[in-house]
Write a protein that binds this ligand. Structure first.
Ligand code: PGA
Length: 246
């Protein structure tokens, strides 16, 4: 029914040679029950794309205008020309470090979908919010303000990634109960906003210190459809073991 996905977010890591090598190794990962996607640093996308590997390539970021006076930015049109078919929107590092807010993320979602680029939309709460017990409302608001203006047809090109900020790059993983609890809440929220059928078709990935040791139990949760992987995506053996965890 819905797709399993394992996506590797390489962030601002690797030299060109290392990126080429890793892309080649990841392209050798053959799993029949999941889509594998890599998100290299933008500067390496054309080179990796021209290798013609059997792998889906995405962009970690873009500016939501097709062209113009936006010094230093890269448009989704330019990235599409370079060979991407996916993009990450709403990653917590861009929300917190680069100050991207829900309104701007909505613009990015729209710009990507307009060009037929599949959006992996990240949501997730920081530790203080979980400690207060308001994580569901917080995540719902992120969806309301950046995603829920879309129609059912547009949502076919959207995947959600739940990434609790306290688990990203910290070695602290959400327990399977915490992950499943939030994923179920997100799916129910889609069901009440749209329909149960649409909610059942949306892939919801988990992100935050996912590794070869914990991937199996996380992916076994009924509402966890894969992972957005940071640190463990930089080693092909680890990434391969995660991709084989369904
Ligand atoms: P991590 O990063 O796996 O290193 O925690 C996940 C992410 O930021 O997408």
């Amino acid at each position: 029914m819905r797709k399993n996905i394992v996506a590797g977010n390489w962030k601002m890591n690797l030299s060109e040679n290392e990126a080429i090598q890793l892309a080649k190794e990841v392209a050798e990962i053959k799993v029949s029950n999941a889509e594998v996607i890599i998100f290299p640093p933008a500067i390496f996308i054309p080179t990796i794309s021209k290798l013609g590997l059997d792998i889906k390539i995405g962009a970690q970021n873009f500016y939501p205008k097709s062209n113009g006076a936006f010094t230093g930015e890269i448009s989704i049109n330019q990235l599409k020309e370079a060979g991407i078919s996916y993009v990450i929107v709403g990653h917590s590092e861009r929300r917190t470090i680069l100050k991207e807010d829900n309104e701007f993320l909505k613009e990015k979602v729209n710009a990507a979908l307009e060009l037929g680029i599949h959006v992996i939309f990240c949501c997730g709460e920081e530790l203080a919010i979980r400690e207060k017990g308001t994580e569901n409302e917080f995540v719902k608001n992120q969806l309301v303000e950046s995603i829920f203006h879309l129609n059912a047809d547009q949502l076919k090109n959207v995947t959600i990634a739940y990434e609790p900020i306290w688990a990203i790059g910290t070695g602290l993983t959400a327990s399977k109960e915490q992950a499943e609890g939030m994923h179920l809440f997100i799916r129910e929220t889609f069901a009440s906003q749209y329909s149960q059928e649409l909610a059942n078709g949306i892939s919801i990935l988990y992100g935050g210190s996912c590794n070869p040791t914990n991937a199996k139990e996380l992916f076994a949760c009924p509402n966890v459809d894969g992972g957005l992987i940071g640190g463990a995506a930089l080693k092909s053996a680890d990434f391969s073991s995660i991709a084989s965890s369904f």
